[in-house]
Ligand binder design. Structure first.
Ligand SMILES: [Zn+2]
Length: 452
């Protein structure tokens, strides 16, 4: 089996149980599995491929727990630049109704390329609009092509405007068809094994676009197959008010009522999760995808992340959809998580190392995985290295690990996913980024202008 040796990093950040940081450390990989981690004397002298990492920090690949990759086609759309969540959605729904299968494939590649160049090796994506023959398979095939570890969430909307929901009637699906397609996807693509590159997630979009019945049926379906559940929850004050008016419950109470709690469930945002909700999530192992940029962009508020973490809630990071960020850099998201926690809760609310922990181990826990998020023997070979010899970190090398979060977000120099080098010297090796951006821009123009 092929072996790979990464060695002599300025600092190796393990995120192992002792949170060891090893000067001059490295990692030895066989096939897709980490075999040895540590100082040079703990590693073999050579391998089929050897990469020298002097001048770099080497760490576990970052994990993105919430995204809507198709939205990379609708970044910075003028009508949606300055709205809150519901206004933003109403401006974008009619545009998204023109999405095509090619657009899903190309936008997924673009979003994944951007994530991979910012240190991300595993991502979830929540696709919840399926007009014009679009299928989740279009996104999964794109992930296979670019080589990213992927948790593909089959989203859905079933309550249109005429039924009191937010989306236009033309963008919602029949509930029986949603469940049948979700079942098909699990049977076709889901891999429950360790080191899986593809998992399917059952993910009705949000309480304001899906019926109570579909939420319950979705939870039952996920549990029957042993797959995870995901949705949006308590994103802003209007979301909480909708929950109280429609269901007579707080968002957390509604989630519990539907069966949307447990170690196999994670919710995006939770900006307005109340104290009983935090206690419920901690008790049940329910995870949270924290999306600081999106929460600032839509003025949703400041999520109580330090309180959640103190209570024991699993918190990971999400860049969220690229129409509400509008960037998909995960290292940048870790930085924003640290900064926003401080704005909301004081200067000691989150350290740089805690931000990196949320971005790695936190994300792994949220996705219900024990094989990614740390560098240790027996873990999947997902690793990234950042070059510290450039301008961005000049003057910050007294603490290279903190520099990754405090200084301007960088591009990754090296990325290995499942034992395969996918970024080398800052360039994607699995696709041509310039050609991809050109095709993406052409499709985005067609989508937003409505030209056929
Ligand atoms: Zn979202």
């Amino acid at each position: 089996m092929p072996s790979l040796l990464l060695r002599n990093a300025d600092v190796l950040v393990t995120m192992d149980a002792e949170r060891r940081e090893i000067a001059g450390g490295g990692v030895y990989v066989e096939d897709n599995r980490i075999v040895a981690v540590g100082a040079p004397d703990a590693l073999p002298g050579t391998a089929d491929a050897v990469i020298e990492l002097a001048g770099h920090v080497l760490l576990p690949g970052l994990v993105n727990t919430h995204h809507h990759m198709y939205q990379t086609l609708t970044r910075a759309v003028p009508a949606a630049q300055d709205a809150d969540l519901f206004g933003w959605l109403r401006a974008l729904y009619p545009i998204w109704a023109r999405l095509t299968p090619e657009m899903v494939g190309v936008s997924t590649r673009t979003a994944m390329a951007e994530l991979m160049l910012s240190g991300c090796t595993t991502s979830s994506d929540h696709l919840y609009v399926f007009p014009n023959g679009c299928r989740l398979d279009d996104a999964i095939e794109a992930a296979d092509a670019i080589g990213m570890r992927f948790h593909a969430a089959r989203g859905a909307m079933s309550v249109g405007e005429s039924q009191g929901g937010l989306p236009p009637d033309g963008l919602v699906e029949d509930e029986a068809a949603i469940l049948a397609d979700t079942r098909r996807l699990i049977e076709r693509w889901h891999d429950p094994a360790r080191f899986a590159m593809r998992r399917i997630v059952v993910a009705p979009c949000s309480p304001f676009s899906v019926s109570r019945g579909l939420m319950r049926d979705a939870a039952a379906l996920a549990r029957a197959y042993g797959v995870s559940l995901h949705t949006h929850l308590a994103e802003n004050q209007s979301d909480v008010e909708y929950s109280r008016a429609q269901f007579g419950m707080s968002p957390a109470e509604y989630a519990a009522d539907l069966g949307f709690v447990g170690h196999d469930v994670w919710h995006a945002h939770c900006v307005k999760l109340d104290a009983p909700g935090i206690a419920l999530f901690a008790r049940t192992g329910t995870g949270v995808a924290h999306c600081p940029c999106s929460n600032m962009r839509l003025a949703s508020g400041i999520a109580p992340v330090p309180r959640m973490r103190r209570a024991g809630v699993a918190v990971g990071l999400g860049v969220d959809g690229s129409a509400s960020n509008d960037g998909g850099t995960l290292l940048g998201e870790a930085r924003q998580a640290m900064l926003l926690a401080r704005v909301g809760h004081g200067p000691a609310a989150m350290t740089a190392r805690e931000a990196l922990e949320v971005a790695t181990l936190g994300g792994a826990r949220v996705l219900n995985r024990d094989d990614i998020g740390a560098l240790a023997p027996g873990m999947a070979a997902d690793l990234v290295a950042f070059d510290l010899t450039g301008l961005e970190t000049a003057g910050a090398l007294h603490d290279p690990v903190a520099a990754l979060v405090f200084c301007a977000p960088q591009r990754v120099a090296l990325s290995v996913i499942d034992g395969r080098v996918v970024v080398r010297e800052g360039r994607l090796v699995t696709l041509d980024a310039r050609a991809l951006a050109a095709r993406h821009n052409a499709l985005a123009a067609r989508l937003v202008r409505g030209e056929s």
